[in-house]
Design a binder for this molecule. Structure first.
Ligand code: BG6
Length: 477
């Protein structure tokens, strides 16, 4: 007996700006990702004032999927993928974001890519906005702090929904829309195109942007369903369960508040309404957001069909004796290490059971089908003497997570649609801009300095995952 449904979407996940390259090809405009420099674990990526000479912008060339996609898709077919999750670069379709007409060359690129995938029976799973947007919308409109962004996004969504309505069934509106709740400047900027101005209330800006994005997402869901009622349009959240550091009630309440603060986006997108605690919070903080009754109707009518989420790690939180437990400060101010877990090379806590916890948490709370659209281990890979990469650590990570996912399905009855490991082909890290933070089952010969042949190669995890897919997850050995 196999545990996963027959149409289970085994796949792999990437995002346009992290693998395509071709940053100016086919009339593409400059995106937010194109003005982000490379960093590393100790050095934050910098967002420069436009593209400056002499700086290293890793997303400009990435792994040149733009030029190589036909060969890459062949390899994906050999891996046995049933689906391929990527995003559409907004700047290929609307280079500046505010044009009256879309860019035909950009539309054609995705037509060709989707045709190629479908030729191999690989279902495209498409995110509309994955951590990027036309840079012009940032400089000229202030990013998502401006209501006009709703119209630009809805136009972009409508164009691609219409164009690919017979090629793409599975969509997601915003990648990790809740990633900005940490209130750190970097996250806020890339998710919403907002660089916090001096004196600006970053928290208020985040809620305002999050509200406009929620309205834009709900409108896109409604329009998508009108264009093709068979569309499955999901939300996408970063899931990192937050556990209390101790059984002390203040820690438990702090953890609960952290979860609420992180998943109010899910309440809005899945239940179609703001949670009561957040309404009170807006009042208490006198935020006076631009949030109309008409917006609330849109949100109510535009709930999603499924929940897509990423899962890499869990977190542990400790209350601060000097502030109320419901005080909302960046998670980082309260996070402590989990003594029960080990960490990745980049310090991310490895918690396979947390994935089962997450699946149960979403399922109980929203009663919607779930789709794990990112999971994986970012690690330094080393070639053996014979040039092979025996990434047992990655196989082990994936195996343990899939085993927990299986328990969630068989024992807990969670309705799980699919699983797409992140960066299954090496690509540019979103957080650090590195190439050497590798998640891939497919190796790409390129290093942090941008050197390499870009040649693709199979790691040991490639063969392992191929077998997992072949057995529909029955055999994880
Ligand atoms: C998720 C993003 O946050 O995590 C991806 O959706 C990102 O874009 C992935 O690449 C892994 O993070 P990082 O920083 O290791 O690339």
């Amino acid at each position: 007996m196999t545990e996963f449904r027959d149409d289970f979407l085994w796949g792999g996940a990437v995002a346009a700006h992290q693998l395509e390259g071709g940053w100016q090809a086919g009339g593409k405009g400059v995106s937010l990702a194109d003005v982000m420099t490379a960093g590393d674990n100790d050095t934050a990526r910098e967002i420069t004032d436009g593209v400056l000479p002499g700086r290293n912008y890793p997303n400009h060339t990435a792994i040149d999927f733009y030029g190589n996609y036909r060969d890459d898709v062949k390899l994906f077919a050999e891996l046995g993928l049933k689906c391929f999750r990527t995003s559409i670069a907004w700047t290929r379709i609307f280079p500046n974001g505010d044009e009256a007409e879309p860019n035909e060359a950009g539309l054609k690129f995705y037509d060709d890519l989707f045709d190629d995938l479908l030729k191999y029976h690989i279902e495209p799973v498409i995110t509309l906005s994955h951590f990027e947007m036309p840079y012009h919308l940032v400089t000229e409109y202030g990013g998502w702090r401006n209501r006009k962004l709703i119209d630009f996004f809805v136009k972009f969504a409508t164009v691609v929904f219409k164009r690919y309505q017979h090629k793409v069934k599975y969509w997601m509106t915003f990648n990790e829309i809740n990633n900005q709740t940490g209130l750190n400047e970097w996250g806020l900027f890339t998710n919403s195109g907002i660089l916090v101005k001096s004196g600006e209330d970053a928290e208020k800006a985040m809620y305002q942007a999050g509200h406009y994005e929620s309205v834009a997402s709900a409108l896109a869901v409604q329009i998508g369903h009108q264009i093709n009622p068979n569309f499955q349009i999901g939300a996408m959240f970063a899931m990192g369960p937050t556990y209390p550091a101790t059984p002390a009630p203040a820690d438990v309440m702090k953890a609960e508040r952290a979860m609420q603060a992180n998943y109010w986006f899910a309440d809005v997108q899945c239940k179609g309404k703001y949670p009561s605690w957040l309404q009170r919070y807006f009042e208490r903080k006198n935020f006076d957001l631009d949030l109309t009754l008409a917006d609330l109707d849109v949100i109510k009518a535009g709930t999603v069909d499924y929940i897509g989420f990423s899962y890499y790690a869990s977190h542990v939180i400790k209350a601060d004796a000097n502030e109320p437990v419901d005080f909302m400060t960046p998670m980082a101010n309260h996070e402590v290490k989990n003594p029960a877990l080990t960490r990745s090379d980049w310090g991310w806590e490895i918690d396979p059971m947390g994935l089962r916890y997450a699946l149960n948490w979403f399922s109980d709370r929203y009663d919607l089908p779930l789709f794990i659209v990112e999971n994986g281990l970012g690690a330094f890979d080393k070639k053996d003497a014979d040039g092979q990469i025996n990434d047992d650590y990655r196989i082990d990570y994936l195996r343990q997570h899939i085993a927990q996912m299986k328990l969630a399905v068989t024992i807990d009855g969670v309705d799980l649609m699919g699983y797409t490991p992140w960066g299954f082909i090496d690509l540019v890290s979103a957080g650090t801009g590195q190439m050497d933070k590798r998640y891939g089952l497919i190796y790409v010969d390129k290093n942090d300095a941008g050197e390499g042949t870009l040649k693709r190669g199979k790691k040991a995890s490639f063969n392992w995952y191929q077998h997992v897919i072949k057995t529909n997850g029955a055999d994880l050995d």
